[in-house]
Design a protein around this ligand. Structure first.
Ligand code: AMP
Ligand code: MG
Length: 270
């Protein structure tokens, strides 16, 4: 089994992105091809556990996906959850806030979308944008965004206390890999639609984003809502690590068996 502990940002420690390699495949001896053999049973297990979560109906799972453009947020959703019953999973993508959303506090739009009991919800971007893009582009004064780490920890603690299990992934790609993926979006007509001119601006701000991520990951990885830095240059390894962590997270919930109905004891259908 793949040991995913090196990818955890231990609560209270620095995330130290520069010491983590986006091409890392620590703990896995195999190749892209052989990774499929271990991914497939993990994904079957994920489907089984999702079903148990739904049957229990008491707790939810919130999966936060963050990463720079082209880091693979969409691909992760497509590949990691492909074997899971679509009825039990919802995806919310957070884009630039609307004027209605901006007329509320930054957690307003987020809280409404957290999972109901029994459900898995994936956030494709999240409230973390409010300490990332907002910080890098000075969309609100520092005095305002700098308080948000504390709010976020308190918000996530409340969700966790009330039955939402939270796991957060930062998809860590290298600047070189991003160049290749952006170039691909330019060159491949079928991928053009994914290219946005703003991606180039974000790329120019690479160092500022790295700093903003460093702070966010270091200050908001907690026991109840841990961050994992997932090496994401190799898509197959990214999928493997995330699937494994999701299975371990659900296993650690000790989901109870669905209730039996004593009335059914010995009942024979005619
Ligand atoms: P994409 O994920 O490519 O569809 O792009 C979504 C865009 O929305 C990204 O450029 C994000 O930075 C931006 N975005 C998401 N949340 C916020 C936010 N709270 N404030 C400003 N921009 C945001
Ligand atoms: Mg984009």
């Amino acid at each position: 089994m793949l040991d995913v502990s090196p990818f955890l940002v231990s609560p209270g420690t620095e995330a130290s992105l520069s010491s983590r390699s986006p091409r890392d495949t620590t703990g896995f001896e195999g190749t892209k091809e052989s990774s499929r053999d271990i991914l497939s049973p993990i994904q079957k297990r994920l489907d089984f556990l999702q079903h148990r979560l739904w049957a229990e109906g008491k707790r939810g799972l919130l999966v936060v996906l963050q990463g720079l453009d082209t880091s693979g947020k969409d691909g992760t959703i497509r590949h990691v959850f492909r074997g899971v019953n679509p009825q039990g999973v919802k995806v919310w993508s957070f884009v630039k806030p609307s004027s209605l959303e901006l007329s509320h506090d930054y957690l307003w739009r987020v809280h409404q979308r957290t999972p109901a009991r029994g459900a898995i919800v994936i956030f494709n971007r999240s409230h973390y944008e409010d300490v990332l893009v907002v910080r890098v582009n000075n969309l609100v004064p520092e005095e305002q965004w700098s308080r948000r780490y504390e709010h976020i920890n308190a918000f996530e603690k409340m969700l966790s206390d009330e039955g939402t299990v939270i796991v957060k992934f930062f998809l860590h790609i290298s600047k070189d890999e991003q160049r290749e993926r952006l170039q691909e979006r330019v060159n491949d007509d079928l991928k053009n639609w994914k290219f946005s001119e703003s991606d180039l601006e974000t790329r120019r701000q690479w160092d500022l984003y790295e700093q903003a991520y460093e702070t966010a990951l270091s200050r908001t990885s907690t026991d109840s809502a841990p961050w994992y830095v997932v090496p994401a240059d190799r898509k197959w390894f990214r999928n493997l690590v995330i699937s494994q962590i999701l299975v371990e997270t659900l296993e650690s919930m000790n989901l109870s068996d669905p209730p039996t109905n004593p009335y059914l004891e010995g009942l024979v259908i005619e």
